[in-house]
Design a protein around this ligand. Structure first.
Ligand SMILES: [Fe+2]
Ligand SMILES: [Fe+2]
Length: 296
């Protein structure tokens, strides 16, 4: 199977969903005076949703089973989290995509790929255009929030965080278009990126939990500390083997915490300002990082 085709589909299956959900979180954070921002978020959500729908249609029988079973594309909770989030926000979510993703079949090595490089190239070009637009929008929001011209229910750090995730996605798609593959990165740079993302998730979770959820706040603070330590060690050490093992151990525990959190939020057992789909979203990002760590 063609590496360019498979890597592209795999990348979009994870990241196009992440981007459409970022657009939804942005949309949900705006108030009545910022209707234009809500509309722009909605438009970007729909465009990434259409991209994802197209990619899902091409992905059956193409993606390695290890990726499909990793819980980074959908989890057992995604569908319900979407339905509850749609009810709570009145923002429409195409859950048909989720249903299709749940029944995707893994790659069949003996078959020749039914998808052409031309089809993938046009998807990648479309993703690049959309990502540039989404990145510019996130930068505009962040700039205006930081000078207090705009109010949103989303933390400035969250906007900065989702901006970095979009830029990482864009860099991978651009590499696929330029070199036909995603260039190998050092273990250090991958872990620096994702350990920071994981640390920030813990900071968002602790800040969005109801103040009475003291035990969960303490646990989230503990994870933020663990990832902060990993980040400091990664900057100083030459031997990444122990650090990768520590990141794997921490992220495995974190995955359990996020799984319990997603269930608790979805089933209204945890008091918070966290949308069910945001809980599932950060769980999927941990699942994605875990797969990367296990493949090292
Ligand atoms: Fe994200
Ligand atoms: Fe994230």
């Amino acid at each position: 199977m063609n590496d360019y085709v498979i890597s592209s589909l795999e990348l979009h299956l994870f990241f196009a969903r992440i981007m459409k959900e970022h657009a939804l979180f942005l949309e949900a954070g705006f108030l009545v005076p910022n209707e234009a921002y809500r509309q722009k978020s909605e438009q970007l959500k729909q465009q990434f949703e259409a991209l994802l729908e197209h990619v899902v249609r091409l992905s059956d029988g193409m993606i390695p089973g290890t990726v499909l079973s990793s819980g980074e594309i959908v989890t057992d909770f995604t569908l319900e989290a979407e339905q509850k989030t749609q009810r709570l926000t009145d923002i429409s979510i195409n859950s048909g995509i989720t249903v299709q993703e749940k029944i995707l079949q893994g790659s069949r090595k003996c078959d020749s790929p039914p998808v052409t490089e031309q089809q993938i190239s046009s998807i990648n070009q479309r993703a690049i255009r959309l990502l540039r637009e989404l990145i510019a929008f996130k930068e505009k929001i962040l700039g205006e929030v930081l000078c207090c011209k705009l109010f949103t229910g989303n933390y400035p750090l969250l906007i900065d965080h989702i901006l970095r995730e979009a830029k990482l996605y864009l860099s991978y798609v651009e590499e696929l278009e330029e070199f036909g593959r995603i260039r190998p990165e050092t273990r250090r740079s991958v872990e620096l990126f994702w350990n920071r993302i994981m640390m920030e998730h813990a900071l968002f979770i602790r800040g969005l939990l109801d103040p009475t959820e003291e035990e969960l706040i303490d646990t989230a603070d503990g994870f933020a500390d663990d990832y902060q330590k990993l980040l400091m060690q990664a900057r100083d050490t030459h031997d990444m083997t122990i650090l990768t093992a520590n990141a794997l151990e921490t992220t495995t525990r974190y995955q359990s915490f996020k799984t319990a959190g997603t269930i608790g939020i979805k089933d209204c057992k945890i008091k918070s300002l966290i949308l069910p789909l945001l809980a599932d979203h950060v769980l999927r990002e941990a699942n994605h990082y875990l797969r990367i760590l296990k493949n090292k």
